[in-house]
Structure formats: C-alpha cells, structure tokens
Design a protein around this ligand. Structure first.
Ligand code: GLU
Length: 370
C-alpha cells in the first residue's frame, strides 16, 4: 500500500489544527520542518504536492486572547484573519528551509462548486505547480458565511484533490485511521487498514454517537473519502503527530486507505460526459478535429461556428463539419466571446476581446473525445 503514496503523481496533504498548533497556540515548528522535508522528497521524486492546512483559528484565538470554548462565527472569523498570517508565515519559513516556495490560496465552497470560479482556481493551482511552488490552501474563513463555509478542511481537501486531479489524498489527523468504533471508548474497536467500498455498515460505524471527534471527525473523513474516490483519488488517513509523517506513510506506516476504483482522468471524463448537459455546440474544421483526436486542445482558430448560449465552464459539444458530435468539453469562453473568436489565432485573443484570456477554447484536460 505504501507504493500508493510513493508512486502518486499529484498528492494533496491535509493537516489538522491539533497536529500543527501546540496547546499554547504556536505552530509546531520542528515538526513542520520535518514534514516539509518529506514534501521536498516527494517533489524531488517528481510528484506535485498541495497542502491544505488548518490552524488559522487555533493560532488566532490565542493571539486575540479569546476564551476557551466555542467561538461565535464572527469571533472564529476574527481569529482566522489574525491566525492566517501566522499560519502562512510558518509554512513559508518551513518550506523555504527545505528549498521550496509557498503559495497561499484561500478558498470558499463557491470556488470549488461554481464552474467559472472552479476553472480559475484550477488554472491558478496548475500554474503554481508548474512553477514548482507548493500551494498552501485554507478555507477563506474571514469572508465565508455560514451557508458557504466548508466548515471542515477534510472536505475542502477532498474537493481540492478532485479539482486538481490528484491521485492521492492524505489526511494527517489526530487519529491513525478508521476503526469499527471509537477506540478511545471501546477497547473492542477494530482498526480498518483498507476500505475498497464505503458500505452502509462503514457509514453506520462512523455515525455512531461518540465516534465523531469534533470538526475532524470520522463522519467528515468518510464524506471526504467519498468525494475523493469518486474523482479517482485514493485517500489515506494517518496519524499526523509523528516525525516525518509522510515518509512513514510512504514506507508503509499505519494508515487507513480508502481506495478509488478508477483514476482521476477517467473519473473526470465520466463527469464531463455524464453529469453535465451540453449548453451549446462548437463546429470545428478538419484540422482541429484531427488535433483533438491526437489529444490536443481546441484552439479558436479551428472553430467554424458557435451555437447556443453558454457561460465559461459550461459543457459544450464539439461537432465536425458534417455535424457529428466528436467531443465534449468545458468552454473556456462564454458563447458571445467564443463567436467573436471563430477562426482567430490565439495570439489575437486579447485584441479581439479586450482582455487576455486562455489560449484554448477547450483545454485538453477539459475535453473528452468520443
Ligand atoms: N479553516 C479552519 C482553520 O484554519 C480549520 C477548519 C478545520 O478544522 O477543518 O482554523
């Protein structure tokens, strides 16, 4: 199972507050440094690594001297706005000590759900990874209202993993994996090293009263597992509070692995084909049709007609000159802009539209050839 981490091409690592922040409200710097050396080793092996880090509220509440116990929403948001700076600083320093550049991204639920924003967040993350930086993501707690909060970073990490087509998601937590019951209160609880299907029995185990340990409880972990595995991404839950937690996991350390049945590319294709109804159609010339079959992106130059009314990120059909649907994908431009780009070179996009957009009408990662 260890090979799953070692052979992964794109890894999302989620770190919980209680792992990263000491009881005194300070970042665990020595531990964090070692974790960052694990990240550097994974990157040196050719993988992209994205971090989803909690800890803003825990760091901020100490600095604002907020009393123990539950915080009101606005207090939690105030704590997050103070703590996020400290959190970013801790990551910047620990990654820099290992020769890596940190990039901060703060997301709300909307950014992963609304397709236009989704495409933007995904493109930014892609550019950062290409440039070798390590994205460090947290929820944008200070602006999220109750309805648009992820609320827990397990779910945020799973959404990010799906968004970037990660093949491995690691939740570093204060528990070493999933059990049939709460191991703290039930000595009979059995550890589950591998889950190939989230059955109703497994959900019932997690849902048992007392087995949910706060914001990073088992229910949220199973929810994260569902999101990740549906996107073709394996997920591991492992103990965070050990030295070099990722190295340990790569060497076969104890964890619960929840396995995906497909891979990220296949899952994404299925999503584009199955879940989204085409809102319009693009007709392309023979050269573009050949390029698409060869795995290339659809460039504006290859388009001959645009039909329907669609926004950026909507699904569209791609047809050949005979009107046969040959592909489906997510449009990088809304229909009005697409119509103005018919037959134009990518280099002319800015002068035609008045803004610098994407070079492709449909990026190959967003395209399924039929
Ligand atoms: N975004 C919150 C923070 O940084 C953490 C949410 C969670 O614990 O999952 O404090």
């Amino acid at each position: 199972m260890s090979a799953r981490l070692a052979s992964a091409r794109r890894i999302v690592v989620k770190i919980g507050s209680s792992t990263l922040v000491s009881p005194e409200g300070e970042p665990q710097r020595v531990w964090l440094n070692r974790l960052c050396s694990d990240i550097a080793a994974l990157k040196a092996g050719g993988a992209d690594v994205i971090v989803v880090s909690s800890g803003a509220i825990a760091l901020g509440r100490r600095r604002l001297k907020l009393a123990k116990g539950a915080l009101k929403l606005e207090e939690a948001q105030a704590a997050a706005s103070v703590g996020q700076i400290a959190l970013a600083q801790a990551w910047t320093e620990a990654l820099a000590a290992n020769g890596l550049t940190a990039a901060q991204i703060l997301l709300t639920l909307d950014d992963t759900e609304e397709r236009r924003r989704y495409l933007n967040a995904r493109a930014t993350l892609g550019a950062l990874m290409q440039l070798g930086a390590v994205p460090v993501i947290n929820e944008n707690d200070t602006v999220a209202t109750a309805e648009i909060r992820f609320g827990d970073n397990d779910r945020l990490a799973a959404r990010v993993a799906a968004m970037v087509g990660a093949d491995c998601l690691v939740l570093l937590s204060d528990i070493d994996g999933l059990y049939t019951d709460n191991p703290v209160t039930n000595a009979e609880a059995v550890f589950l090293p591998e889950i190939s299907e989230i059955t109703p029995e497994i959900e019932a185990m997690a849902g048992r009263p007392g087995s949910d340990m706060g914001s990073g409880g088992m229910v949220t972990k199973l929810l994260a597992a569902k999101i990740a595995t549906a996107a073709g991404c394996h997920m591991a839950i492992a103990l965070g509070q050990v030295d070099h937690p990722l190295r340990r996991l790569a060497e076969g350390g104890r964890a619960t692995w929840v396995l995906a049945k497909s891979n990220p590319a296949a899952a994404r294709k299925q999503w584009i084909l199955g879940a989204l109804k085409p809102a319009g159609a693009l007709t392309v010339d023979d050269g573009a049709a050949r390029a698409l079959r060869a795995g290339k992106s659809l460039l504006p130059a290859g388009m001959t007609a645009v039909e329907g009314s669609f926004g950026r990120g909507d699904a569209v059909s791609v047809r050949d000159g005979a009107g046969v649907e040959i592909a489906r994908g997510l449009a990088a431009y809304a229909s009005e802009d697409a119509a103005r780009l018919i037959g134009r070179r990518s280099a002319d996009i800015e002068s035609v539209l008045g803004y610098a957009g994407r070079a492709a009408m449909i990026h190959r990662d967003d395209l399924v050839v039929l």
